[in-house]
Design a protein around this ligand. Structure first.
Ligand code: PBG
Length: 325
């Protein structure tokens, strides 16, 4: 009987290393960080063991540690002390994100500093756009979203990442950045962002649960993939430099399709509940955390991600260092 001997190339770890198709490296990683205004030290986010809220000084020390691990980038989420209807703490020149950007750049000028651009953590409604008569209004939200992105660029952000899912935000942000001579600041668009239950722990972390309703009128329906292609096409046409697919684990088919259709770099966001599930099972001793996390990271690469935003980043960086020793 004739058959193929696939096992030949799996026989030793040396051969497996030679024929491996996808690799996770520290250069793929972006670490999401929560900076809380007025906090001294750190406080752990209960649903995300190991993930912290940082006061500004603790944040700066953590940047040092991440840099030593070789992690190339972070994305900053702000937890402001004040919220109002116009989300004015989102674009305050001395707001929590703006100060964190300055601190990160002062600590390590080579670190790629990204900012999440959204209104939800900063607005009293907890929605990603402005609310009028119980509706999330698109076009007026764009002005504030672009203003927020500009304030991040002015503080020194390398990349702004709009996560609000209003239509036209990428075009408006590009226009405002260019008018203000920030042609070199990139836009990493949360182009394909689903209305997902996997953001649950994040909303506790960022205090951004909507005060009424849900996000389904702006975030995408998890059932749709053709719509994801239209979202990506719009953001590319509007001037996005990098596209994101979010969440990661349940949406790898979408990731693959975007990868096969477009040439832009693509990031995937391994979101809060994806992290919490792994942590919870690991804490019970039910899974091998390191093996599970590395398998997930490899899968993201295989699905076509160039960039992985993940709360596991410091652990992954440490494990990769150990492997190379
Ligand atoms: C803000 C934002 C959210 C996440 C990133 N940016 C929450 C949301 O849209 O409700 C989720 C990240 C995570 O769950 O880790 N719009």
């Amino acid at each position: 009987m004739e058959f193929e001997r696939h096992r030949r190339l799996r026989a030793t770890s040396g051969i497996r290393n030679l024929v491996r198709e996808n690799h996770v490296t520290v250069n793929d990683l972006v670490y999401p960080m929560f900076v809380e205004e007025g906090l001294s030290g750190t406080s752990e986010i209960s649903a995300m063991p190991g993930v912290m809220h940082y006061g500004i000084d603790a944040f700066r020390r953590e940047i040092h540690r991440l840099s030593e691990l070789g992690i190339p980038g972070i994305i900053i989420f702000g937890v402001p002390s004040e919220k109002d209807e116009m989300a004015s703490s989102a674009y305050a020149p001395k707001g929590v994100v703006q100060e964190a950007v300055r601190a990160a750049k002062a600590e390590n000028p080579d670190l790629v500093v990204m900012t999440d651009v959204c209104l939800c953590q900063y607005s009293s409604t907890g929605h990603c756009g402005i609310v009028r008569d119980g509706k999330i209004v698109n076009d007026d939200s764009l002005t504030l979203i672009a203003k927020t992105a500009l304030s991040h660029a002015e503080a020194g952000a390398d990349i702004v990442a709009p996560s609000d899912m209003m239509d036209g935000r990428v075009a408006r942000i590009r226009e405002v950045l260019d008018e203000n001579k920030f042609e070199d600041v990139s836009i990493f668009s949360y182009a394909v962002k689903y209305a997902s239950a996997f953001y649950g722990p994040f909303r506790e972390a960022a205090h951004s649960t909507p005060s009424f309703g849900d996000r389904k009128s702006y975030q995408m329906d998890p059932a749709n993939v053709r719509e994801a292609m239209r979202e990506a096409a719009s953001d590319i046409a509007e001037g996005a430099d990098i596209l994101m697919v979010k969440p990661a684990l349940s949406y790898m088919d979408v990731m693959r399709q975007i990868r096969d259709t477009y040439d832009l770099p693509i990031g995937t966001y391994n979101v809060s509940a994806e992290y919490s599930m792994v942590k919870a099972a690991a804490m019970q001793g039910w899974i091998d955390e390191r093996a599970i996390v590395m398998e997930m990271m490899t899968s993201f690469k295989r699905a076509g991600a160039d960039i992985i935003l993940t709360y596991h980043a410091p652990d992954v960086a440490r494990w990769l260092k150990e492997e190379n020793r």
